[in-house]
Design a protein around this ligand. Structure first.
Ligand code: ADP
Ligand code: MG
Length: 238
């Protein structure tokens, strides 16, 4: 429950082609990292998977069903936004519960899901606080909590750690990897940071100017980069 296939997916803005054509298989439960320099199309690709951006061509198939034209909410995926996307006037509880309230779920069901997520994310003692009363790492965990309660087929992360300082980034890398081990849910994680890619991914997708340069495990890419771009980006000698 969480396989995602891109078939000849392309994107143009006006006459500018940003993604010429991408084919990619993401298996259920995989932690996949899209890595590449700024402007190479990572966010655009993720937003197309999420349904936040139309495709110019091709198909996005989720668990065997063509979802290319489905609304974001129908796709069963959860996008984790950066922590500053939290509602400052709501408590942690309110922030995490928000998508479930929007769904019209009943109070008891919401309460159980919020407390389970808080438990997983070590936020149980912070449920009454406002985002402004939390550390950067705690705020990021609340943003993840808001995704968890929807029990998605896959989590989509777009550079979730880029506004945290270096020490905190290291911690959050471990926390997100740990979360993946606990939930075993498919995760697609976008970053321009090689260290995040190498330490978190089951499968790395190296993007360059809207094209896939190489797909493989961190070890495969390190040992056998297909070209200089991949070698340079992954940091292996070649
Ligand atoms: P990345 O996330 O890898 O930094 P993006 O997916 O944000 O890259 O952008 C890829 C390219 O598409 C960039 O050249 C960017 O300027 C362009 N782009 C992104 N969104 C739009 C848009 N709404 N209109 C026009 N060009 C866009
Ligand atoms: Mg981006």
């Amino acid at each position: 429950m969480g396989s995602i296939t891109l078939q000849k997916v392309s994107k143009s803005f006006g006459t500018t082609s940003v993604i010429p054509e991408i084919d990619l298989d993401i298996n259920d439960g995989e932690f996949v990292v899209f890595v590449g320099p700024s402007g190479c199309g990572k966010s655009t690709l993720l937003r197309m998977i999420a349904g936040l951006e139309d495709l110019s061509g091709g198909r996005i198939v989720i668990d065997g069903k063509d979802m290319s034209n489905e609304a974001p909410a129908k796709r069963g995926l959860s996008m984790v936004f950066q922590s500053y996307a939290l509602y400052p006037h709501m408590s942690v509880y309110g922030n995490i519960a928000f998508p479930l309230k929007m769904d019209g779920q009943d109070k008891a069901a919401i309460d159980k899901k919020v407390r389970d997520a808080a438990n997983i994310l070590n936020l149980t003692n912070y449920l009454d606080r406002r985002p402004g009363q939390l550390s950067g790492g705690q705020r990021q965990r609340v943003a993840i909590g808001r995704a968890i309660v929807r029990q998605p087929k896959a989590f989509l992360f777009d550079e979730p750690l880029s506004n945290l300082d270096a020490a905190l980034r290291g911690n959050m890398r471990l926390e997100i990897s740990d979360l993946h081990h606990q939930l075993k849910t498919t995760m697609i994680y976008v970053t321009h940071d090689q260290i995040e890619a190498m330490t978190m991914a089951d499968k790395i997708v190296v993007l360059n100017a809207g094209r896939i340069e190489q797909v493989g495990s961190p070890l495969e890419l390190y040992r056998n980069p297909r070209n200089l771009f991949v070698a340079g980006f992954i940091g292996s000698p070649r």
